[in-house]
Design a protein around this ligand. Structure first.
Ligand SMILES: Cc1ncc(COP(=O)(O)O)c(C=O)c1O
Length: 448
């Protein structure tokens, strides 16, 4: 494989772009996208299992989305919703109110990134409840603005040199049954992790000071961790009992990723608000908070205005994205391909000692690599080398939290493409086990 032009561009990039802005995996400079295939500037093609970090769910070059963008650009590019109105924004807000869980009256506030939507959720929750504390979870990634970073607890690397963070944010253990910190098994535990919140309520955090619980329905960047339903239901109950808003952070798991519109629907729970980003506009810069009307009306203007938020081009793209996901059979396809991939990966798990766990819902799948199934020691080197070999063989695959393979392709991926990608993962695992992936790839691929 020749990647000379890519390497040349990466050198130019490194000369001018801050290293804080990228986690290095491989020197892939994107030239174009077709369906689930990414082409680099040297002409190499890759099946995409990353989907621009879950931000192009209906495909990075979807024809209908492209047309909606071009049609809107031909009318005008932007006029700020801070002062005037635009129709695509209103069309989108109506759709978001319809597709998000909960039949109650809602309102929408727009932004430009998942990060700012998380900040907004803090603002609305504080204003509405008159309380200041926010409960979040260890392993959470909510973004890179100060508010969203304050709610993130995934790696101290991203917090170094930056404190102090927002006060009043408390991070509790997320229920990770594969690595239960209480040494329990999922089917016979007493939700010791949830008990930690109860202990906090009794000892140092008065529940009447807590405005909101903000939770990812599947913890994404922590390694696609699916919480047990009983945990989510009890947490929801705890919120209701204490007048705490229950907010589902759907930036990564929303818009069909889990085979339902939103991740929280897999638990049959209705949140008071959802935080949306990434695939809301299929990769165009847009975010939203959709919540109970009374919560979303609790702030006075201009408390949540961004000049370039709800850009009509982005909103037009989002309207067509929503309409595509709403098409008959779309979510069924996600479930079908997701189940197919999980079955295949579970067979690999039986075959290889380095696969400790395969988990996920729909097309949000994590494969946790370990030294062996008993010690469960994280095998970060295997994850990085396998990702690199997949890249060399034509699959874009990255790792999460060190040792978890992230399988989040565009939701339009065909069964044949998924099968080809899975076979490449299998052969890359074999290459790793045979010692065929040189150590020097680790000079390039750094990972989370
Ligand atoms: C769950 C979750 N929330 C928030 C964000 C931040 O979104 P953005 O990068 O668009 O600000 C991300 C990004 O990876 C995410 O995965």
């Amino acid at each position: 494989m020749n990647v000379d032009r890519c390497i040349g561009e990466v050198k130019r990039d490194n000369n001018v772009v801050s290293r804080a802005c990228r986690i290095p995996y491989f020197p892939l400079v994107v030239e174009s996208i077709k369906g689930s295939t990414v082409r680099d500037i040297d002409g190499n093609e890759y099946i995409d299992l990353l989907c621009s970090a879950g931000s192009t769910n209906v495909g990075g070059a979807n024809e209908k989305v492209k047309k909606s963008i071009i049609d809107q650009v031909n009318k005008y590019i932007h006029y700020t919703p801070g002062y005037l109105y635009n129709k695509p924004m209103i069309d989108l807000a109506e759709r978001l109110i319809k597709i998000t869980p909960g039949k109650f009256a809602k309102k929408v506030a727009f932004g430009l990134s998942g990060s700012d939507a998380n900040d907004g959720a803090i603002k609305f929750a504080r204003a509405y409840t008159g309380r200041s504390s926010i409960i979040t979870f260890i392993g959470a990634y909510h973004g890179a603005t100060y508010g969203s970073m304050s709610m993130s607890a995934i790696t101290t690397k991203m917090r170094r040199k930056l404190g102090p963070f927002l006060p009043g944010v408390y991070s509790f253990p997320y229920p990770n049954c594969y690595r239960c910190i209480y040494g329990k098994k999922e089917n016979c535990c007493n939700l010791e992790c949830l008990r930690q919140i109860g202990i906090a309520f009794e000892s140092y955090l008065p529940p009447e000071d807590v405005a909101a619980v903000v939770i990812e329905p599947i913890q994404g960047d922590a390694g696609i961790i699916v919480p047990p339903g009983k945990y989510m239901r009890k947490l929801r109950e705890l919120c209701a009992q204490n007048g705490i808003l229950f907010i589902s952070e759907e930036v990564q798991q929303g818009f069909g990723r889990t085979g339902r519109w939103f991740g929280i629907e897999n638990f049959d729970l209705i949140p008071d608000a959802v935080i949306l980003g990434k695939s809301i506009s299929n990769g165009m810069p847009l975010s939203a908070i959709v919540g109970r009307e009374e919560m979303m009306q609790s702030l006075d203007p201009p408390a949540h205005i961004f000049t370039t938020a709800a850009n009509p081009v982005c909103c037009a793209s989002a309207v067509s994205t929503v309409d595509i996901i709403a098409e008959k059979g779309f979510l069924e396809h996600v479930n079908e391909i997701g189940n197919f991939a999980k079955n295949y990966l579970n067979h690999l798990k039986d075959e290889y000692t380095i696969i400790g766990d395969v988990r996920g819902i729909g097309l949000s799948i994590g494969v946790e690599l370990v030294e062996d199934k008993i010690s469960k020691e994280k095998n970060i080197e295997a994850a990085l080398k396998i990702c690199y070999r997949c890249y060399e063989k034509g699959v874009i695959l990255i790792s999460l939290n060190g040792n978890v393979l992230r399988i989040q392709p565009p939701l339009i991926i065909t069964k044949d493409e998924m099968y080809r990608a899975l076979k490449i993962i299998k052969s890359s695992i074999e290459d790793y086990l045979h010692g065929d992936i040189p150590d020097d790839v680790l000079d390039t691929i750094k990972g989370w």
